[in-house]
Design a protein around this ligand. Structure first.
Ligand code: CUA
Length: 314
């Protein structure tokens, strides 16, 4: 990482070369087309300049094969570029199942990251190279945007919603992290550094940081201190769905539809519990909107997710 403005950031993720190929192809194509049209403009301007002896009789000549040819060619090229871009976009949107999850939170004006083991960092993100990393993003206040040019990824962190971005770093090093969405006075100072490390160095770093309570562990504590466990652990007077094994499975709703229990569903169920009520249950859960902080919400979601992964590994 060097100072000043980087016009060509290094290619440091598995996605970066693909994005660059597409970008430079588009640039070459647009540049070539632009030069060609400019040449025509200049050529004709010279040919038909005042006083030249060029033919100005205005004869209309059609060339059907040529017209069909260029219409088809541009159509094919446009669809090919679209397909290429869509392929990269879809890939960018589907994290591999074995990705390491890190909870990221944007707030005025800093980035906070928490690892599964509870290690917490501000304006810094340590990751191992060669492993897919999935950063789930939340925002405490306004829209921020997680942007690492060297990885060619950018994703908004939107209040009231959980978004995500994934990448696999390929080269150890320090890379810049920006906030790429104007978010108030100190937006320009909402910077961070991504430390891509060799896996053994990363393991050593995690160990050295300790972390104490894991993310899911903090979530479990909240789950009982906020009173969720009273209803959701069974045994209480109020009947509520048991959340063990719920994550990642389809849930039947009271309106006879089905929804996949993903992060969005869990999160909505906490903040707007009456929006999608599980079939067979009364809509009696109070909303926790305003009672739970964004970072706590991420912990509770991590806990509920862990209830399913434990199930799977048993
Ligand atoms: Cu946060 Cu701009």
């Amino acid at each position: 990482m060097s100072g000043g403005i980087q016009f060509l950031p290094p290619e440091a993720s598995s996605l970066a070369p693909q994005v660059d190929w597409l970008f430079y192809t588009l640039l070459a194509f647009s540049g070539g087309l632009g030069l060609f049209l400019t040449a025509l403009v200049i050529g004709y301007a010279v040919k038909y300049r005042a006083g030249s002896s060029a033919d100005r009789s205005g004869r209309v000549a059609r060339n059907t094969p040529l017209e069909i040819g260029w219409t088809t060619a541009t159509l094919v090229i446009a669809f090919a570029l679209f397909g290429w871009g869509a392929y990269i976009f879809v890939q960018r949107d589907h994290p591999p199942a074995d990705a390491i999850e890190i909870a990221g939170l944007g707030k005025q004006w800093m980035w906070q990251f928490r690892h599964a083991g509870g290690q917490r960092e501000i304006d810094a993100l340590h990751i191992p190279v060669g492993r897919p990393i999935l950063v789930t993003l939340g925002s405490q206040d306004v829209i921020h945007s997680f942007f690492v040019p060297a990885f060619r990824v950018k994703q908004d962190a939107v209040p009231g919603r959980s978004t995500r971005v994934w990448f696999t770093a390929t080269k150890p090093g320090k890379y810049r992290l920006f906030c790429a969405e104007y978010c108030g006075t100190a937006h320009s100072q909402m910077l961070g550094t991504v430390y891509a490390m060799e896996p053994q160095d990363f393991a050593a770093w995690l160990k050295q940081e300790g972390g104490g309570q894991s993310l899911a562990g903090s979530g479990e504590r909240l789950f009982s201190s906020l009173g969720c466990s009273g209803c959701h652990d069974g045994g209480g007077t109020v009947r509520a769905p048991n959340l063990r094994g719920v994550f990642g499975r389809p849930v039947a709703l009271s309106n006879s539809t089905t929804v996949m229990a993903d992060e969005r569903y869990i999160r909505d169920s906490i903040l707007q519990p009456n929006k999608q009520v599980a079939a067979g249950y009364d809509p009696v859960m109070p909303s926790f909107d305003g009672l739970i902080e964004e970072s706590e919400l991420q912990e509770v979601v991590a806990y509920i997710k862990s209830l399913s992964t434990q199930e799977g590994s048993r």
